[in-house]
Design a protein around this ligand. Sequence first.
Ligand code: GDP
Ligand code: IMO
Ligand code: MG
Length: 450
Amino acid sequence: MNQDLNRDHGVGVCSAVVGLQWGDEGKGKLVDRMASEHDAVVRYNGGANAGHSVVVGGERYALHLIPSGILSSQVKAVIGNGVVVDPEVLLREIEGLRARGVDTSNLIVSDRAHVVLQYHKDEDNLREALLTAGGGSGAIGTTKRGIGPAYADKVQRSAGVRVGDLLRPEILREKIERACTYKRAATAEICRELGVESPAFDPGPVFERAVVLGRELEPMIDDTVYLLNGMIGEGKSLLFEGANATLLDVDHGTYPFVTSSNSSALGIHAGSGVPARALSRVVGVLKAYSSRVGSGPMPTELGDATGERIRERGREYGTTTGRPRRVGWLDLVAARYAAMINGTTELAVTLLDVLAGFDELKVCIAYELDGGRTERFIPDGHVLAGARPIYETLSGFGDEISDCRGVDELPGAARAYVERIEAFVGVPVCSIGVGPERSQTIETSAGVVG
Ligand code: GDP
Ligand code: IMO
Ligand code: MG
């Protein structure tokens, strides 16, 4: 055992970027900006349900499984053990980046990450269809990327395939055969109920394909837990890239309308094998308004012309599925809760430019529930559905702000809006996004109020 791995000098050298809402806060852009100050960018949760956009020099990249740090050469891009990896998506993504001249030789995949196979996607589709059938309101609105079934297999333990298994044909065949038997049984009743034919769940072709995929991935597969802790031991710094977001966290989000992993910063340590003491900086990414894709409560949702205007100005269409995102006013109650559980050390307010041109802006500062008022978030999908937002109204700002590069260049009302966020959440705002380009960012070292 290398004693160096246990040295203390790496304490507190790592940072994290996590979404404070329901996803799509602009994490990808921020990770790309911060990547070059770190030695590795690490994904620790989720899978191809994530869609992180990075715009550099007018070129837009949409990353699903590959960490957004891939665009910075010299930085390792690590897919940690807590991710569920769809090898088909991963290899397509690598190919797409290479075709655009991006060097992907720094990409490393954990041998312990679980694998998403076709039968997980089939199961995801069927389960969603059943929840939707007959006008039922229970559907989660998943991305249908097989995320829930793959995590379920991991926790269930009888047939979960890990990346390392792709290189061990005997074990792989046995697991896939067992998984197909289970899938057939688990979905037979669903198919009958829906009146659809059952997918084949034929282990042969799944196994053959998995072996081919494993061979292609082999050079990238490693024990990332030793790799990352070794880097920390050498005084190197890691940047953790959260996928999905805090209000979609399986334990702390709006359950059951959540994803299947700990997508807040609380998932970092289990999902990477890096101990908590290594993390000193947590950047909470907060979109200047709310958005959500899929089902579940969103107290500040706007179904009117204001909502439509925000959607169009913010180009709120899913990076992964293309679905129009639901939008609404900023929910500060949710933001303060999310900042609390992430141990957020600073806020990055994003897409502020989208709010230019409105006469007034509303922010939710409490909820009305069962005739009472509460300033606490309600992390239960069914209970939160009954909450009504209590708003505070702030002045809007007329001028476009996309060219502003300093806080003092912002219109007074835009600055006041950010100051209100800072005061309510109680965490300094250290960056403000005014456009999708890497450069369209205002940085403030000690918060806007200062
Ligand atoms: P992520 O999943 O958190 O990485 O966010 P997405 O990439 O799915 O969605 C954020 C969208 O907003 C993308 O289209 C980004 O290019 C874009 N974006 C990021 N920051 C800003 C910003 O400050 N202003 C504007 N107008 N767009 C932004
Ligand atoms: P990024 O990283 C927005 C949502 C889905 C659905 C729920 C469960 O781009 O911010 P799943 O496929 O995970 O089982 O779906 O979670 N969801 C996201 N919404 N951005 C994401 O990722 C999301 N990842 C999952 O829309 O409501
Ligand atoms: Mg996204």
